[in-house]
Design a protein around this ligand. Structure first.
Ligand code: HMG
Length: 440
């Protein structure tokens, strides 16, 4: 069967950044350690006043098309994943196509366009849709351009404010991909949940603590469902485990639970029982409360074991590095995690071709999806071309007062006149609602 997957990746980060430990924490009267050690985000990316989900998505897509020498005729499908959409009728992909048609010969008349919504998870659903479209043989030799673009902003004073971010990831999905090929096997965990929602409102209503539990529960279900079709997973089967990363601290929790799950009934479980001196079995605890207490004690010990720490440093830590520099990009977040891991491997000069990733996506509302990916021969070139370092370093550092102004500008309910902080340089810029974005 011909491999189908991600052939090229590009990103566009909001051009501003907020330093959480040094600028945000002091104003909030908080210890910087909450950000550096607890939540794990050092900088939030934020859009300048002339950026929005369309411009970020179109700019990422243009970068990708230019790098690969593509023209509209090469692309048969444009799908945008976002939970920051501003138009209840036209999909954001039509706005993005309108931008791109200003700069390329030809147009996207022939291309099927859409917009996918399921909170952060839709960033993976657009890849799935493209995969299915190609597998069904409906692509007529053309590739799919999929874009995950969001401004993840929270009400000022909401605990979620500490996890904000903004950016876009553009990906080309095609046959014989250069970066990763997707598995046919998938697992899902899905339930109607109300811990994070935005009914007719820009900023989410969030029950933060509960959202953590819902994330963990849906991910566990998705992993079990994935194993029911792909067979039991083992920690050594996968070189990296990129997960949806609202903030690195969330992935630390998910990794610990995931590790316990995938080591059960393996030689590692027995070795851990020896290291820790116990391995709670439900059958040994007549009272549920006693069992749960024993599990908590076991998990506290587990995360300090050499075996777990070595696995975490190898398989998880590389996936959360970029997230710590940009915050939550919602639909783009899991793609940032994959890119982060591949970039770390390229820097360490590790050859990943043929290695496998276990990718865990999640969206509030809530649904988790797990699939595997096989790294392809062209991965290193594809990842090095993104030049993540330059993208992150080019951002403008906001003072706290500037941050408040920018936040107000991006809160659509307010009209605030603010000068831009950076200069556009050959990119699409926002020029008003419902108007064509311009290139400056
Ligand atoms: P909070 O309640 O202000 O933070 O907000 P906290 O007090 O729980 O502290 C966070 C961590 O820092 C804790 O660690 C503290 O112990 C630690 P943990 O107990 O979690 O391991 N800490 C420190 N560590 C070292 N030194 C210190 C220090 N101080 C504290 N001095 C919360 C946290 C996540 C609730 C908040 O940011 C929030 O509401 N975020 C938004 C919701 C969210 O991101 N949920 C994640 C799961 S849901 C999801 O991922 C979906 C989402 O992406 C949306 C979508 O799908 O569309 C959000």
């Amino acid at each position: 069967m011909t491999a189908v997957g991600i052939d090229a990746i590009e990103l566009w980060t909001g051009k501003l950044r907020l330093d959480l430990p040094n600028t945000f924490a002091p104003v909030k009267g908080e210890d910087p350690g909450k950000y550096t050690k607890g939540i794990g985000i050092e900088y939030s990316s934020l859009p300048d006043v002339y950026e929005d989900i369309v411009t970020m998505g179109a700019n990422a897509a243009k970068r990708l098309m230019d790098r690969r020498g593509l023209v509209p005729d090469d692309i048969g499908r444009i799908d945008v994943a976002t939970e920051s959409a501003f138009d209840n009728s036209k999909p954001v992909s039509t706005y993005v196509a309108g931008c791109l048609e200003q700069v390329y010969d030809g147009d996207f008349h022939h291309a099927n366009k859409g917009e996918r919504k399921f909170a952060c998870l839709s960033g993976t659903q657009v890849i799935d849709d493209a995969y299915n479209w190609i597998r069904a043989g409906r692509n007529r030799g053309r590739a799919a351009l999929v874009i995950a673009t969001d401004t993840a902003l929270y009400e000022r004073g909401d605990p979620g404010e500490a996890t904000q971010g903004a950016g876009a990831v553009a990906m080309l999905v095609d046959e014989e991909p250069d970066v990763v090929a997707l598995s046919t096997e998938q697992g899902y965990g899905s339930a109607d949940e109300t811990d994070f929602l935005k009914p007719n409102q820009q900023f989410p209503s969030v029950d933060g603590k509960r959202s953590i539990q819902v994330y963990l529960a849906r991910m566990r279900e998705a992993l079990e469902d994935y194993e029911s079709v792909a067979g039991d997973t083992h920690p050594d089967d996968f070189v990296y485990f990129p997960f949806h990363t609202p903030y690195p601290g969330m992935v630390r929790k998910a990794a610990l639970l995931g590790y316990r799950h995938i080591t059960r009934d393996t030689e590692i479980e027995d070795a851990l029982a020896d290291d820790i001196g116990m391995q709670p079995r439900e059958a040994d605890f007549p009272e549920r409360e006693d069992y749960e207490e024993a599990i908590r004690a076991y998990m506290d010990e587990l995360k300090e074991t050499r075996r777990y720490r070595e696995w975490y440093e190898r398989a998880i830590e590389p996936t959360i590095q970029i997230s710590g520099q940009v915050g939550n990009w919602y639909t783009g977040s899991v793609h940032i995690a994959r890119l982060s891991a591949l970039r770390a491997a390229a820097e360490a000069d590790v050859d990943l071709a043929g290695e496998k990733l276990l990718v865990g996506s999640y969206g509030s509302g809530a649904q988790a999806e797990i699939h595997a990916e096989t790294v392809q021969n062209g991965w290193r070139e594809g990842v090095e071309a993104v030049d993540v370092e330059a993208r992150l370093d080019d951002r403008y550092d906001l003072s706290y007062e500037e941050y408040e102004l920018v936040h107000d500008v991006h809160n659509h309910e307010k009209e605030v006149e603010v000068d831009e902080f950076t200069q556009p340089s050959g990119e699409f810029v926002f020029t008003g609602w419902g108007r064509m974005n311009e290139r400056r």
